[in-house]
Structure formats: structure tokens, C-alpha cells
Design a protein around this ligand. Structure first.
Ligand SMILES: *Cc1c(COP(=O)(O)O)cnc(C)c1O
Length: 305
């Protein structure tokens, strides 16, 4: 038994009508932690527990932190999440309601992360939010579930932050012989670290990130994601925060599911396909979800973007 659930794969009538293609949705917004992150983090936590680790420590104030907290509660192990002061009260409460300890430290993520690392004892496992092979392996189960239904997409759309989800999706696609199926890697303009790396043909670190799609705000993608972008068909697509936020509102109205702007970015490409995406008939969109945004917040951000 894994900690994540098998999620529905549905054909979306509203998105198909909007895009003029057959749009299919893998609804990972329905994972109990609210995002796909439970796939990889669940596997990592189970593996570390089996190795004798007695506590999980992380520094993500977002969906990774929530997934670690959820996994720890299910496995009966304590969890400590160190988050920076910028982490919203809502996100802190989502972690606390899973019985995890939340330590608020530092103005920015790197300060919280440094404290988290300093807390690590021999029996503790540190859970990285994206740069960890166990996470990619766990995320790849999403593609196994799609393949098990007999559905084979002509293109796959996925949002990219640090590139853990993207790496897992590519790994799953390789396992099922979908190496020729292109992956459309979507980022917002303020956090387009994969786009920059693909342009430069080397892994680049952005000086700063600035986007309301906070779950995409990684300055640099993991090496694995960069290498995949150089060795399989990947199409980079960058869009605005406004487009991602509009897609969140539209998706809520169409499918009655509220997702973060990080996920709205992937949906935005399906609502308004780029010329590069248009030739593909059957498009699979990974609805990665995200639990940290409210509708009021999304509307405030939309007004400010
Ligand atoms: C973490 C996250 C992403 C990005 O995943 P990476 O593995 O960092 O690329 C996208 N959407 C949501 C909702 C997330 O929580």
C-alpha cells in the first residue's frame, strides 16, 4: 500500500472545447495532501522509515512540507518543518494540522533550510522537495496509472518548478516506451529556470525569482531535469502570472477544483494552446494541484499582476 492514491483520468469537455483538441486531465489535485507531491514524498518517507529513520525534516513551506507532514502522520513518525517568515499562515496551519512541528526561521528559504540541515541527527531523514531520485520514482507512478488505462497521449503538459515532477513524468514515459511523445514544460516568466537552461544549453541559476506561482519558484532546476531536456523531446513554454491565475479561476468554474497558480500555468497552456501544442490531438495535462492558495488570494494576486 502506498501513501498516495490512484487519481482519476478524465476527458475534459470544457478544456477540449477551448483548445480544439482532446484534453485529458490526470487529477492529482485530489491527492489527500492536495498535490502530486505525495507520490514521491510518500515513497521517500516509506523508504527512509524502512531504513530505520525515526524522524522526517524538511524546509518546504509549500506542498512538499504538507506531503512530508501527511506521510509522517500516516507512518507514525514525527515531522519537523522549518519554514521562513514569508510562509503564509494558511500553509503553516496545513502543516500543523498533520501534527507536524513547524519552526519559523529566517527571512528567506535558504535561512530556514540551513537551520533544518543543522537539526539533522543520525536517525533523521531530510526530505528535499525535488532533487531526489526517490521522488522522481514516486512521481513516475502517475504515468503508470495513465498507461494502465490503455490511454496513450500525443503530448504531455506539466508545470516545472525544481523539475522533480517533470523528471518523474519523463521517467514514467520512458518506462512505457513513450520516448517520442513530447513533454511541454510550462513555467511562469518570473521563475523560468528550465527555459533559461534550455536556451543556454547548460543548467543556469536565476539571480532571483518573482512569481505568484510560488510552487514554481526555484532558482535552478535539478540536474536530472536539465539532462532530460537535452535528451528527449521537450518544448519549453513560458507564460505570465496573469494567464496562470486566470486559468485557476476558469478551471474552478469548469471542474469545481481549486488549484494553485503553479498548476494554473499548465492548465493555461491547454486552455490556449501554443502553435507548438496545436498539432497534437490527444493532450494529457498533469493537474498537479496545490493546497496553499485560496480563491480570495488568487483574486488578490490577479488584481496585482
Ligand atoms: C512542487 C509543485 C510543482 C513543481 O514541482 P517541481 O517538482 O518542483 O518541478 C508544481 N505544482 C505544484 C502544485 C507543486 O506543489
Amino acid at each position: 500500500m502506498s501513501l498516495h492514491l490512484e487519481t482519476p483520468l478524465i476527458s475534459s469537455r470544457p478544456l477540449s472545447l477551448a483548445s480544439g483538441q482532446e484534453v485529458w486531465l490526470k487529477l492529482d489535485a485530489l491527492q489527500p495532501s492536495g498535490s502530486f507531491k505525495l507520490r514521491g514524498i510518500g515513497l521517500a518517507c516509506e523508504t527512509f522509515a524502512a531504513q530505520g529513520k525515526r524522524r522526517f525534516v524538511s524546509s518546504s513551506g509549500g506542498n512538499a512540507g504538507i506531503a512530508v507532514a501527511y506521510a509522517g502522520r500516516c507512518l507514525g513518525l514525527p515531522v519537523t518543518i522549518v519554514v521562513p517568515e514569508t510562509t503564509t499562515e494558511r500553509a503553516r496551519n496545513l502543516i500543523r494540522q498533520e501534527n507536524a512541528e513547524v519552526i519559523v526561521h529566517g527571512k528567506a528559504w535558504h535561512e530556514a533550510n540551513a537551520l533544518a540541515l543543522s537539526l539533522l541527527g543520525g536517525d533523521d531523514a531530510f526530505i528535499h522537495p525535488f532533487d531526489e531520485p526517490l521522488l522522481w520514482q514516486g512521481h513516475s507512478s502517475l504515468i503508470d496509472e495513465v498507461a494502465a488505462t490503455g490511454f496513450r497521449p500525443d503530448a504531455v503538459v506539466v508545470a516545472v518548478g525544481g523539475g522533480g515532477l517533470f523528471s518523474g513524468v519523463c521517467q514514467g514515459m520512458a518506462r512505457h516506451g513513450w520516448d517520442a511523445v513530447p513533454v511541454f514544460a510550462v513555467e511562469t516568466a518570473g521563475a523560468a529556470s528550465l527555459a533559461a537552461s534550455m536556451r543556454e544549453k547548460q543548467r543556469v541559476a536565476l539571480d532571483s525569482v518573482n512569481t505568484f506561482a510560488t510552487s514554481l519558484a526555484a532558482k535552478q532546476v535539478c540536474q536530472q531535469a536539465f539532462e532530460l531536456s537535452q535528451t528527449r523531446p521537450v518544448v519549453s513554454h513560458v507564460l505570465s502570472d496573469g494567464e496562470a491565475l486566470d486559468a485557476c479561476e476558469r478551471f474552478l468554474s469548469d471542474h469545481r477544483i481549486l488549484v494553485e497558480p503553479a498548476c494554473g500555468a499548465a492548465l493555461a497552456l491547454a486552455y490556449a494552446p501554443s502553435d507548438a501544442l496545436k498539432p497534437y490531438r490527444k493532450v494529457l495535462v498533469v493537474v498537479c494541484g496545490g493546497a496553499t492558495a485560496t480563491l480570495d488570494q488568487i483574486r488578490e494576486w490577479r488584481a496585482a499582476s
